[in-house]
Design a protein around this ligand. Sequence first.
Ligand code: TMP
Length: 212
Amino acid sequence: MSYRRGALIVLEGVDKAGKTTQCKQLVHALQQSGRPAEMMRFPDRTTQIGQLISSYLEKKNNLEDHTVHLLFSANRWEMVPLIKKKLDQGITLVVDRYAFSGVAFTSAKPGFTLEWCKQPDVGLPKPDLVMFLQLNPNVAAERGEFGTERYETSVFQRTVQQRFEQLMKDTSVNWKVIDAARSIEAVHNDIKVLCENSINESENLPLGELWK
Ligand code: TMP
């Protein structure tokens, strides 16, 4: 039998776009159709680095902006052995945020360029598919108040959205933009089809390296 790896699928988008709900539904649907799939999320707050990030986001501690950017990246790198192992085992990974959030959020801060922000994540496992859940900031605001964590303000999220738009111009990444203003079910159906196609296309291809 030929070698078949799992696909690395990422969901990105600004807050309130429905990423977490869609990741969970996607994993469930893939499992129901007999495809091994698991969810991952970044930041992964369970590790030591993740706990530092979590208390920063909860505003329990302050970290210098470059430092926290590198910690977010380190939090991805520390999961790389596990990501590769799972993909090798034929498990498709559905990931809630990845390096794109890392770059979009830090570069939304004053004094950071997109190029600087990308560097620490260069060479990470390259997603086979990145689905961007597109949601107008006004519609996002109608979905309820932001929480109390750092970055959860409309002004900051608008800048984050602009940075994502800059990142999406890079055709070396397989971006698909999904209109997230529709019903959960309609969005889910689109995501599922794109994901199944990606699983079929990538199963015999080697895993790429991001931004290399
Ligand atoms: P979460 O709400 O999905 O757990 O994400 C936590 C916050 O961290 C969210 O505001 C986005 C931000 N973030 C970064 O600033 N850099 C990163 O690398 C990642 C993955 C998330």
